[in-house]
Design a protein around this ligand. Structure first.
Ligand SMILES: [Ca+2]
Length: 446
């Protein structure tokens, strides 16, 4: 009898371990309803306690053991940019197949042990940009590499370093370099623009630097100093740069956790700005934003789109059709999310309070990062692509901009990835993405 009992106990134990394993190792799909439900059963402070006391370390060790060979290979291959994998991924909703190639990026891996909010991980967020027949990537440490775009069709990228003065320039202005928030190439003035997080005696802020594109050396100058400070390091900086009309670029700025500043027009926090590319003059385009980390401007339709991280839930894609007038997107009054401690001080409706409703709301949060727009040539259909950190996915939307409607929606899920940056290459009809856990650069054929 005793033996039978212990077998039952063993089976139950194995079953519990089997079910909780993806949660313990943080490998569950962050959009999976079952795991989200189980997580909700555990109070927030207990969750934090478990995580801080042993779970983070356990996860880090597990990741190290599991990916030991991958990490070793990454280090030994240097700047070759070797192909890691080539596979077909079937999308979750529409069942389309996407050929995905993944290559090594010679940059530091996000430290899962520290958590995504950690100061140190600020230097482990990397960005990518297409410049004519080349692709460049920028590391969180300020290193810039370049390779031929066509090499994405081969088995290695053959990456080369472009020497640059970004960090020394920041230091010469008596600032400390804390990381980067975007990399942007302007086709008209042929300059590279970089958003940096910097720190000095007044606190932490954002600066934009620019340099004339050149394959041999990049000499950066400061274009724009946000000059509004937050005392501590914050991940809620925004920092995305996008093309805009005339001599301007668009620039998104987060609240730096000063949430009420999003509604204060005397503050630059929680805004989307336009910045003059020549003299750095800034103007507010829209306000009521929380942490906008994605921007897309569609000149032929006169539309600005932005993505932003909500609190717990309430990630948004916002559509601005009337940007000649100042629009308010509602943060920190209206949000479809709640606070992490379970309280909900937010109005749900945006419209009722004079704000623009989100074009798309994601609850639970997907950790939305960049959004890009592409038009399919043959049928003239418009598609939006949104990358996500938390949900490890690229979301695909077929959109009718005229009627502000989403016609179809799909999700391409990359297990155990966080997607930081996204670009569209018209020539190869592919998405180019930064996966930040290895890290790697991916090409997803559309
Ligand atoms: Ca909003």
């Amino acid at each position: 009898m005793k033996k039978k009992g212990s077998i039952v106990v063993l089976i139950v134990f194995v079953l519990i371990l089997f079910i909780s394993w993806p949660l313990l190792t943080n490998q569950y799909d962050k959009q999976n309803k079952f795991y989200l439900f189980v997580k909700e059963l555990i109070p927030q402070n207990i969750k934090e306690g478990i995580k801080n006391n042993f779970l983070s370390e356990l996860r880090s060790k597990y990741y190290e053991i599991k990916n030991n060979r991958l990490i070793e290979k990454k280090e030994s291959q240097g700047y070759q940019g070797l192909l890691i994998s080539e596979k077909k991924i079937k999308s979750e909703d529409l069942g389309h197949t996407y050929l995905t190639k993944e290559f090594f990026l010679p940059f530091k891996r996000l430290d899962v042990n520290l958590g995504w909010k950690a100061n140190e991980n600020s230097k482990r967020a990397h960005y990518v940009e297409i410049i004519e027949e080349n692709i460049i990537a920028l590391s969180g440490l300020g290193e810039i590499i370049i390779f031929k775009k066509n090499n994405l069709q081969n088995k290695k990228l053959d990456q080369k370093i472009i020497p640059n003065n970004l960090v020394t320039k920041i230091e010469s202005l008596n600032n400390k370099f804390l990381g980067v928030r975007d990399l942007y190439y302007d086709k008209l003035d042929r300059h590279i623009y970089i958003t940096t997080v910097i720190k000095n005696t007044k606190g932490t802020t954002l600066n934009i630097f620019k340099a004339k594109f050149n394959k041999d050396n990049l000499a950066f100058e400061r274009l724009f100093d946000l000059d509004e400070y937050h005392q501590n390091y914050s991940v809620q900086t925004g920092g995305r740069i996008e093309k805009f009309e005339n001599d301007k670029i668009l620039f998104s700025v987060g609240t730096f956790t000063n949430q009420e500043k999003a509604q204060d027009l005397k503050s630059s926090f929680g805004k989307i700005l336009s910045i003059n590319k020549k003299n750095g003059d800034a103007k507010i385009i829209s306000f009521g934003h929380r942490n906008p980390q994605g921007l897309a401007y569609i000149p032929e339709k006169n539309i600005i789109l932005n993505s932003e991280h909500g609190p717990k839930g309430g990630d948004e894609i916002n559509l601005n059709k009337s940007f000649k007038k100042l629009q308010n997107f509602g943060w920190n009054v209206s949000s479809y999310g709640i606070e992490y401690d379970g309280t909900d001080p937010y109005k749900k409706s945006h419209k009722e309070f004079g704000f623009v409703e989100p074009f798309k709301n994601f609850t639970p949060s997907i950790g939305i990062s960049e959004i890009i727009h592409a038009t399919e040539d043959t049928k003239g259909k418009s598609f939006l692509y949104a990358s996500s950190l938390r949900a490890g996915s690229i979301y695909v939307f077929e959109v009718d901009f005229q009627n502000e409607k989403i016609l179809a929606e799909d999700r391409i899920y990359f297990k155990n990835q966080r997607i930081r940056d996204l670009k569209y290459d018209k020539e190869s009809k592919s998405l180019i993405a930064i996966f930040e856990l290895t890290p790697s650069i991916a090409m997803i054929k559309l």
